[in-house]
Structure formats: C-alpha cells, structure tokens
Design a binder for this molecule. Structure first.
Ligand SMILES: Cc1cc2nc3c(=O)[nH]c(=O)nc-3n(C[C@H](O)[C@H](O)[C@H](O)COP(=O)(O)OP(=O)(O)OC[C@H]3O[C@@H](n4cnc5c(N)ncnc54)[C@H](O)[C@@H]3O)c2cc1C
Length: 416
C-alpha cells in the first residue's frame, strides 16, 4: 500500500555509534563532539502538515466528542489511518510499512494528541507498542503474519501488562501461563488494557515460571486472541479518551497455541524493557501535543475575550501565564527531540526518555490548568475544549509509568 506522502529512510539505517564502555563513562560522551540538530527536514515538515490536515478533516472536534460521549470506537477512522499509510509509519517497507523512524512516529504522536487522547488510543497500542515489539522480537513467520495485517488495518492489538495488584511493580505480576501439550493455558487478570474490547489480540505479559529469581526472569509474552474461550472483558469509563475504553480482562483457562509465544520463554521482561525508552519518548511527543493545543486554545481566547474594554491577554497576569505556556511548549519539544536524537544516534537514552516523559507530562498538566483559568467560567464548562486538555493531561502523568517512577529512574541514573 502506497502512503500519500514519503518518509525519509528508516532510522534503522542510521549507523549506531559505539556506546562508551563503563570505564570510559560519561567523560567520553561529553568530550565527543556531536552536532545537535533537532530541526525537521523539509520532508518531515511536509509530512507533519499533511498529517495535521488529514486529522483535522477526518477527526473534527465535534466528531471526537460524539465518539467519546457515546463511548463509540471509531472503526472507520482506524481504516482511514490504514489507507493514509499511518499504520505503517516507522515500519520497513518489506513488511508493508511506509518507512520513516522515531521522528516520524513522534510527529504522528504529537498531532494525534493535539486533537485528543481518543485518537492516541486508537493508534498507539497497536502501532507504537505491539507492532514495534513484534518487529523487534517476532520470528519471521510472526512478522509476516501480523505486520502487514496491522498496516492494512485488519489487526488491532491491546497491551496487557498492568494487573489489579501489579501496576508500578510490574515485575512481580501473577497472571500464570503453563504449557499443556502445544498450548499455553492462562489464568489471571489484567486491568487498564486499553482497547481490549475492540482488539483482535492482546500482547499479554504472563508468568511462565513461578520460581524464577529475580521474578522478572519468569515472564513471557503471549499474543492472545481476544475471541479465545474463557477470556472475558469488562470496560471501564474514565476521565478522557473514552472513544476507546480501558478494560479489565479475565483469563479462565484460556488456551493459546505455543506458536503465539513472542521470542522465547522468560524473555517477556526483556521485550517490554526494550521498548520502554521509545514508548516514553513518544509519550513526550504526545504531551507536547496536548501542551501545544492547550496553549494555542488559550492564546486565541485571550486575544478575543474582552473585559474592562480590552482583550484579557493585555492584562499582564494573563499575558505572563501565556508566556509560561509558550515556554513549556518549547521545553517539551526540545527535550523530546533531544531524546529522539540520542536514540537515533545510538547513544544511551533511558535517562533522557524518562526526563522527556516526566517533564512534558507535568508541562501538559501545568499548561492545561492555566488554560482553564484563562477561560474563566467557560473553561469549567464542557462547552469549551480547555477542560479536555486538563482531563487528558492527568493521564499523561500516570500512564506508561507515573511521574514518581520516572523520577526514580532518573535518580538511579544519577547513581542515587
Ligand atoms: C487511562 C489508562 C490507560 C492505561 N492503559 C494501559 C494499557 O493499555 N496497558 C497496560 O498494561 N496498562 C495501562 N495503564 C496502566 C498504567 O500504566 C498504570 O496505571 C501505571 O503504571 C500505574 O500503576 P497503578 O495504577 O497500579 O498505580 P500504583 O503502582 O498502585 O501506584 C499508585 C501510586 O503510588 C506511587 N508509587 C508506586 N510505587 C512507587 C515507588 N516505588 N515510589 C514512589 N511512588 C510510588 C505511584 O506513582 C502512584 O502515585 C493505563 C492506565 C490508565 C489510567
């Protein structure tokens, strides 16, 4: 399928730089001279504006509201993503992808989040997490089976990691799977599995070895069909992004073919960790989108709304809030693209990815909080969009690892 735009070659073609050895440490990295250039190429700018126009046309605000109020999944939109080539961004052409790399995925992420978390929920679990994990760790048969189907919009996936008793402390999760002949038998439950109810498969992190020490060595990933007997799904209503529900999923002797094991038994944690940096960076891009949208919305309002005979933006108190918001947008973008730049240049980036996730999610919260204030009473009503950014920003501080956990990760990298 040809996308109606072109991406630069996949990031995987960028030669990875040699990482510093432990003895060389930070000093080597600092003394190396890197040209830091985060500017988008001409093609990437064109791609960005094309994606923005596409989303404005196919997912106007009133329609997103309708989907969310009715809790209605936009199947048509997912199909349009496929036709537009969005489901193949960041995937090599040999699997039906449209090429491009992390920067292109970040562009899509920012644009989707700027329009609303529901769009992110339609796109992210299948494309950014499950598809990338299969690309990285699937055997050739799994890649040939799943990847082209995802690109064509024929296969949706959800990410089943979190459990009722295991959120931040994921490594000790309890959902069990044991091998019985050529099938795994799964028992347990997952929570917050976004999109499970409309997905064909769940990327399921399970325990295959109860005795493993440390416990994360006993985890594996099973690509579990949602129509399996014994699998039940309950949807939960939430504060934002409700065109795609978040679900509780229970497994009662669910049988899955052994061939649905991703990579090897006991490698589940490794698979999840391998994608975490990328996931956090892309979440930075999404938070940039929310921050940008909240800022632009409030700026427009401040220029139009008049009190005491002048636009409220002329009052220093309001103008300074907007100055802070504009600064936050730039901080978000710079930190996210710095982390992308490190990843694409083969430099260690776990600390920077955690920083990007932490700083941008808190910037989104700050900015949307100010946006509500700038709109005054109207900001508190459901008639205006400011409340949307406020509700959605709260999720960014929780999903994909809370702010507290990101601070822990950064602190550990500081040797604390
Ligand atoms: C809308 C939504 C969608 C989601 N989608 C998915 C999905 O698709 N798939 C999926 O697998 N998960 C999903 N999640 C789950 C999400 O990743 C978890 O909610 C998150 O990781 C936190 O886990 P928890 O909710 O169990 O909180 P807990 O881990 O119970 O944490 C509760 C509080 O304690 C704090 N805390 C915990 N441990 C520490 C510590 N060591 N130090 C300091 N503070 C700590 C936390 O920061 C938090 O403030 C989703 C969540 C939401 C809200």
């Amino acid at each position: 399928m040809m996308a109606p735009w072109s991406c630069r070659p996949p990031a995987t073609t960028v030669p990875a730089r040699r990482l510093p050895t432990r003895r060389e440490g930070c000093q080597t990295e600092i003394s190396r001279s890197h040209d830091m250039d985060f500017s988008l190429t001409k093609e990437q700018k064109l791609f960005q504006s094309t994606v923005r126009e596409f989303l404005e046309k196919e997912a106007p605000g009133w329609l997103i509201r309708e989907w969310e109020e009715q809790g209605q999944y936009p199947y048509d939109l997912f199909q349009k993503f496929a036709e537009f080539g969005l489901l193949g961004v960041g995937l090599p052409e040999e699997y039906g992808g449209s090429g491009g790399g992390l920067t292109e995925l970040a562009i899509v992420s920012e644009e989707m989040a700027a329009r609303g978390q529901s769009l992110v929920n339609v796109f992210t679990p299948t494309v950014e997490f499950c598809r990338q994990a299969i690309l990285g760790f699937g055997n050739e048969e799994q890649k040939r089976h799943f990847l082209p189907r995802i690109v064509k919009g024929e296969c949706r996936m959800a990410m089943g990691l979190t459990e009722p008793n295991h959120g931040s402390d994921l490594a000790t999760l309890e959902t069990m799977a044991y091998l019985d002949g050529d099938e795994y038998v799964i028992n347990g439950s997952k929570i917050f599995t976004t999109g499970a109810h409309i997905s064909h498969y769940i990327f399921l992190l399970v325990r295959t070895d109860k005795t493993a020490s440390p416990p994360h060595r006993g985890l594996s990933v099973l690509l579990t069909p949602t129509d399996s007997s014994g699998l039940t799904i309950r949807t939960l209503r939430k504060l934002g992004g409700d065109a795609v529900h978040t679900c509780e999923v229970s497994f009662d002797n669910v049988r899955v073919p052994r061939s649905n094991l991703l990579h090897e038994e006991g490698k589940g944690w490794h698979i999840v960790m391998a994608h975490l940096d990328e996931e956090r960076i892309l979440q930075g891009a999404k938070c940039t989108g929310t921050t940008r949208a909240a800022f632009e919305y409030a700026l427009k309002y401040a220029k139009e709304r008049e009190q005491f005979g002048q636009p409220i933006g002329k009052f220093q108190a309001i103008a300074h809030m907007l100055a802070d918001m504009a600064s936050d947008v730039e901080i978000c973008r710079l930190l996210t693209h710095y982390a992308i730049w490190r990843k694409e240049n083969g430099l260690p980036c776990s600390k920077e990815a955690a920083m990007a996730k932490l700083v941008t999610s808190e910037a989104a919260m700050r900015t949307s909080h100010k946006a509500v204030q700038i709109l005054g009473g109207y900001g508190y009503t459901m008639e205006y969009e400011a409340q949307r950014y406020f509700r959605e920003s709260k999720f960014w501080e929780i999903g994909g690892g809370t702010s507290q956990i990101q601070r822990d990760i950064i602190a550990k990298r500081l040797g604390l």
